[in-house]
Ligand binder design. Structure first.
Ligand SMILES: Nc1nc2c(ncn2[C@@H]2O[C@H](COP(=O)(O)OP(=O)(O)OP(=O)(O)O)[C@@H](O)[C@H]2O)c(=O)[nH]1
Ligand SMILES: [Mg+2]
Length: 150
């Protein structure tokens, strides 16, 4: 089957909105992190450990995505920071072929040789301090960049 032109327009629109958002985050000095990984691999656990370590005076918010449930948002709300859940209602715009292609390619160091990898365990606590330090450094860099824009 040929590609439907509509798909291209949707993706272009998505790129445009994403670029606008990036600009807004940069302007406001907001460090925006995208946590993405296989189902059940520990994203919400890492967020729980992270929010637990953040002082209440910090301005932090979480946007979580799930096909059906509010479970992750419920787990994360108890830390007192704003949490919003997007429930996609069972649909996902990634089709199987895209996933397949990316898996075949999905060697992080080959795709991005300079990538920084922080290995963490939410059960033993290994690597969490390194992750918090990385987060803090990224936040400082983001703030410095936004101040340079003013
Ligand atoms: N051994 C081990 N288990 C972990 C670790 N982090 C999370 N888990 C466990 O893995 C399971 C899934 O963790 P979640 O944090 O819910 O994973 P998730 O990626 O948010 O899952 P989805 O939102 O369903 O995609 C839970 O039973 C956790 O207790 C870890 O560092 N080591
Ligand atoms: Mg989760």
């Amino acid at each position: 089957m040929n590609r439907v032109p509509l798909e291209k327009r949707i993706l272009s629109e998505n790129d445009r909105v994403a670029a606008d958002l990036r600009e807004r985050f940069k302007e406001h000095g907001t460090l925006c992190l995208n946590l993405i990984s296989a189902p059940g691999s520990g994203k919400t656990s890492l967020l729980e450990k992270t929010l637990e370590s953040v002082p209440q005076s910090e301005r932090v918010a979480v946007l979580t995505g799930d096909i059906q449930t509010e479970n992750d948002a419920t787990r994360l709300r108890r830390f007192g920071f704003p949490v919003k859940q997007i429930t996609t209602g069972g649909t996902c715009h990634l089709d199987a072929r895209m996933i397949e292609r990316h898996l075949a390619e999905e060697n992080a160091r080959r795709v991005h040789p300079e990538i920084q990898i922080v290995r963490t365990s939410c059960t033993s606590g290994d690597g969490l301090q390194e992750w918090f330090t990385w987060l803090q450094q990224r936040k400082l860099t983001q703030t410095a960049e936004s101040e340079a824009l003013v």
